[in-house]
Design a protein around this ligand. Structure first.
Ligand SMILES: Nc1nc2c(ncn2[C@@H]2O[C@H](COP(=O)(O)OP(=O)(O)OP(=O)(O)O)[C@@H](O)[C@H]2O)c(=O)[nH]1
Ligand SMILES: [Mg+2]
Length: 259
């Protein structure tokens, strides 16, 4: 029987991971063209995101919308960042729902980078925002120097388990185009990963705004007005009584109150 390609709906895929992990490069690898801007910037992450509508590159006509997100480096956000993050996350989930729901979470991790936020980004997307209801896979980037990229997983996957980061599938990859053979291999493996793991029935967040707010409140260290008062007082004392410079006093007071 002939397949009617027009009835196949798009899969919505959310890419997340630490700043500079290679998320945008991964999107370019998936699309095999430069559609997402790469290169690290130093903006603080408040869950801003960009949607890319990809062409039908799968044989079965499957089309993907990829959502490039900015993760959280450190859950201790300033109050304005905290509000902005909640707003951005709820806009993201609403947009995903409007496009038919989420099919797959892709956790992008770069080889050899400090994994301080490894667990927290996983928690935020997989456990808090999606309540473990969406399939999750991992793509490790930066593996062009490995003779056999997949062997990296054998040597390193235990550290993910230790951090309680569990995924249903993975690909060891490079997004560098000048590594022609490995680039092609990576692209095919990531396509296969998406095809294999993207949920047939997308999950729509029956999320209400309060749901997101309360989930965030539990997850983030909530800004406490008392902490802020204490920080301000300490900063003043350090400046006044100890003659410390303003910037340094602020740093010390912050470190003292928030650690
Ligand atoms: N060697 C190597 N470098 C990579 C690879 N993937 C990405 N990079 C580099 O890592 C840097 C960050 O890549 P991006 O794709 O911008 O990372 P990102 O996660 O989108 O960054 P933000 O959006 O700032 O969070 C860039 O300089 C990329 O060229 C890879 O597979 N190998
Ligand atoms: Mg990016």
């Amino acid at each position: 029987m002939a397949k009617n390609k027009s009835v196949i709906h798009a899969k919505n895929i959310v890419i997340f991971g630490a700043m500079g992990a290679g998320k945008s490069s991964l999107i370019n690898l998936i699309a095999d063209q430069s559609i997402a801007k790469t290169g690290s910037n130093l903006r603080r992450c408040t869950l801003t995101w960009t949607k890319y509508v990809l062409p039908q590159f799968f044989d079965d006509g499957m089309q993907c919308n990829i959502f490039d997100t900015m993760g959280i480096e450190n859950p201790e956000l300033e109050p304005y960042e905290y509000h902005r993050s909640i707003k951005n996350a709820s806009r993201l989930l609403r947009e995903l729902d409007a496009c038919g729901g989420t099919s797959l979470l892709v956790y992008c991790v770069q080889k050899g980078r400090d994994s301080g936020a490894l667990r927290s980004n996983y928690q935020l997307f997989h456990e808090v925002l999606y309540q473990r209801r969406v399939p999750i896979v991992m793509v490790v980037t930066g593996l062009e120097d490995e003779d056999v990229m997949e062997e990296w997983w054998g040597r390193n996957h235990e550290s993910f388990k230790v951090s309680q980061v569990v995924v249903e599938g993975h690909v060891c990859a490079t997004t560098l185009k000048d590594e022609d053979k490995k680039y092609r291999e990576s692209m095919e493996a990531v396509h296969e990963l998406i095809r294999k793991h993207a949920a047939t029935t997308p999950v729509s967040g029956e999320w209400k705004q309060e749901g997101i707010v309360s989930a965030f409140t539990r997850w983030f260290r909530q800004p406490d007005p008392e902490d802020k008062k204490l920080q301000d007082k300490l900063q003043k004392d350090l400046e006044g009584q100890c003659g410390m410079k303003k910037e340094l006093a602020l740093k010390v007071a912050k470190a003292f109150v928030y650690t």
